[in-house]
Design a binder for this molecule. Structure first.
Ligand code: IPE
Ligand code: IPE
Ligand code: MG
Length: 242
């Protein structure tokens, strides 16, 4: 191990890292390519960065792949994204099997076509015995929709007489989110330079550190992740204390 690697290895890593994979469209535009080409490049990069995160010991990685608002995009772009999801999940089945990665999906999956839903279920099922990094892929995910889903679940339990309103606390909400049982994200990285949350992990990110980077997602390299991790390791997290 070189000196630089040793220094990097000694830094406190986030247990749970979130990445908003943004900037595919601008990456394609800069090259005079269709937006779908940007999504393809972004998907390739997703595989590379996932592998890297697993190799350095990240325990939970959550990537934002498609938001509840992204359905507003032109039909051909949404169609291209759905095709890519299918293709990449098939490849992921092979990839992640070798990598000891467990894959989970966050979001309302009922909106996807039956064959995509089947593939999602297969990836979850076949990777369930894995003991390495947990990879959460947020698809048709929205932080608000997730909270609505949790609240609806609580309301159903109340109306069935299994729960009383006074029993509702933070834990009762957290355990009905898609991330139930997982630690909150410590660090959220947003490539592409936008300083906004865009409905990602609203509840869970209450005390997450943010790093916004002026680099488009398809160009985002392991070295950029290392930079963000170094920045994170210098933060003083107080969680409201002193
Ligand atoms: C992120 O890249 C991918 C998805 C939202 C599916 P964008 O498509 O948002 O890229 P920009 O922000 O337009 O560059
Ligand atoms: C957030 O990016 C969603 C994903 C990266 C999947 P968007 O490109 O949709 O966010 P806005 O529209 O810039 O806020
Ligand atoms: Mg965007």
């Amino acid at each position: 191990m070189g000196k630089k690697q040793e220094e990097q290895a000694a830094l406190p890593l986030p247990r749970h890292l979130g990445i908003i994979m943004d900037g595919n469209g601008r990456w394609a535009k800069k090259r005079g390519l269709p937006r779908s080409a940007g999504h393809k490049a972004g998907a390739n990069n997703f595989r590379a960065i996932t592998r890297y995160c697993s190799s350095i010991g990240i325990e939970f990685l959550t990537v934002y792949a498609f938001s509840t608002e992204n359905w507003k995009r032109p039909a051909d772009e949404v169609g291209a994204l759905m095709k890519l999801f299918k293709q990449y999940l098939e490849e992921a089945l092979r990839d992640f099997m070798e990598e000891n990665i467990r894959v989970r999906f966050l979001g309302d999956l009922s909106a996807f076509t039956p064959d995509l839903q089947e593939l999602i279920a297969r990836v979850e099922r076949e990777s369930a015995p894995k003991t390495g990094m947990v990879l959460n892929i947020a698809m048709n995910y929205g932080g608000r929709a997730e909270i609505v889903h949790a609240v609806r679940g609580l309301a159903e339990e109340i109306s069935a007489g299994r729960l009383s309103p006074a029993e509702i606390g933070e834990a009762e909400i957290a355990s009905r989110l898609y991330t139930a049982g997982q630690p909150d994200p410590d660090l959220i990285i947003r490539p592409s330079g936008e300083h906004r949350v865009s409905n990602f992990l609203l509840w869970q990110s209450a005390y997450a550190e943010y790093v916004v980077m002026d680099i488009l997602w398809p160009d985002f390299k392991p070295a950029d992740l290392d930079r963000a991790l170094r920045d994170y390791s210098n933060r003083n997290r107080r969680f409201g204390g002193v």
